[in-house]
Design a protein. Structure first.
Length: 354
């Protein structure tokens, strides 16, 4: 379970404490209708763009608050949040800065945020989104109809020929339930215990929350008018290799909800990856024992399977020379990394997961 600093910074109170400018915040609701929880990690410029969008909401600013959960507190992020809070001290909404000091990942940070909240309803988004001006009101309207949770709509803008990384990120637009755009009743979160903080990366923690709501019989609704824009962040060359580490959390999700995992995430193990690895192993072992013909055939099989994997990734994606080279190189490595982390997760979380 995540923990956080004993005295989170309410920037409204901070303004008064510093004596920078007195303000009368009596117009703000003692208990807001809804708290917007935004986890962040060392991306103050991106966070500022997100907060700027949240501040344009058509919802009464006296009736909601923003809680920024800084997962790995840094001075730049704190300064950004406190400056924005100071600028909004008279008009609202109330902006709060929460340094999260004993967790890693957005799941634990979100727990810290909603538990600090005084509202009966919680909205979750990420620091790299740009919520539409009607986001809060649209989500709250559906939540008020009696659902325990609401999933909004995510728009991921892409060019005509996106990269493989951009194409993968665009999957958020088709997600059934993603915490980049989710609303929940506080009572529903309390009933299931919130997020599972063992999901220490931004991967599967939203599916885990979704499945927990489903198993608890908590009704979930859609709010397609509650829209957030989710631009794809710039990524370094070969980012897909480091992303394979997230595969370990598939094992944890499978352990907790095997039936739902099979039905909604993946029905079978990645057999292409296993075939590629097996061909490589046979090629090395038979070559070491002098079986040149069998080794050669295995090398051909490995090359063919790897080429097929690469071609599949290039379908409908960029044909830029640098991207083609990236796909060729990373396609050689990804099957090995992915299976390694899947098996690592199986051992770590003590579950038979292939």
């Amino acid at each position: 379970m995540s923990t956080f600093a004993a005295s989170p910074t309410d920037a409204f109170e901070n303004v008064l404490r510093k004596g920078e400018k007195s303000t009368d915040d009596s117009r703000f609701a003692a208990t807001p209708d809804i708290s917007v929880v935004v986890p962040t990690y060392k991306r103050p410029a991106m966070l500022e763009r997100c907060l700027a969008s949240i501040l344009t909401q058509d919802y009464d600013p006296a009736r909601f608050e923003i809680i920024v959960c800084d997962d790995g507190p840094d001075d730049a992020t704190r300064a950004t949040v406190e400056r924005i809070a100071y600028e909004r001290a008279k008009t609202g909404p109330r902006v709060r800065y929460l340094p999260v000091t004993a967790t890693q990942g957005p799941a634990g940070a979100r727990n810290a945020g909603w538990r600090l909240s005084r509202a009966s309803s919680i909205a979750f988004t990420d620091d790299d989104t740009q919520p539409d001006a009607r986001w809060l009101s649209s989500g709250m309207n559906v939540l008020a109809e009696g659902s325990g949770a609401v999933a909004g709509r995510i728009i991921v803008p892409l060019s005509g020929r996106p990269t493989d990384y951009e194409n993968d990120a665009a999957g958020l637009a088709h997600a059934e339930f993603a915490t980049a755009n989710t609303f929940a009743q506080r009572s529903a979160l309390e009933r299931i215990g919130g997020f599972d903080a063992r999901f220490t990366a931004a991967w599967r923690e939203d599916s885990d929350l979704h499945f927990a709501f489903m198993e608890a019989g908590i009704p979930i609704a859609r709010a397609d008018d509650a829209i957030v824009l989710h631009p794809v962040r710039p990524a370094r060359w070969g980012v897909s290799m480091s992303q394979q580490k997230k595969s370990q959390f598939d094992a944890l999700l499978y352990k907790k909800y095997p039936a739902l995992f099979k039905a909604r995430i993946r029905r079978a193990p990645p057999m292409l990856y296993y075939a590629i690895i097996m061909a490589a192993i046979v090629a090395v072992v038979t070559g070491a024992y002098g079986h040149a013909q069998l080794s050669g055939l295995s090398v051909i099989a490995w090359l063919a399977l790897t080429a097929w994997f690469c071609i599949t990734r290039l379908t409908h994606t960029s044909r830029a020379p640098s991207h083609l080279m990236e796909m060729a190189c990373t396609s050689v490595v990804i099957p090995f990394l992915s299976i390694y982390w899947r098996l690592y997760g199986a051992l770590k979380f003590k579950v038979l997961f292939l």
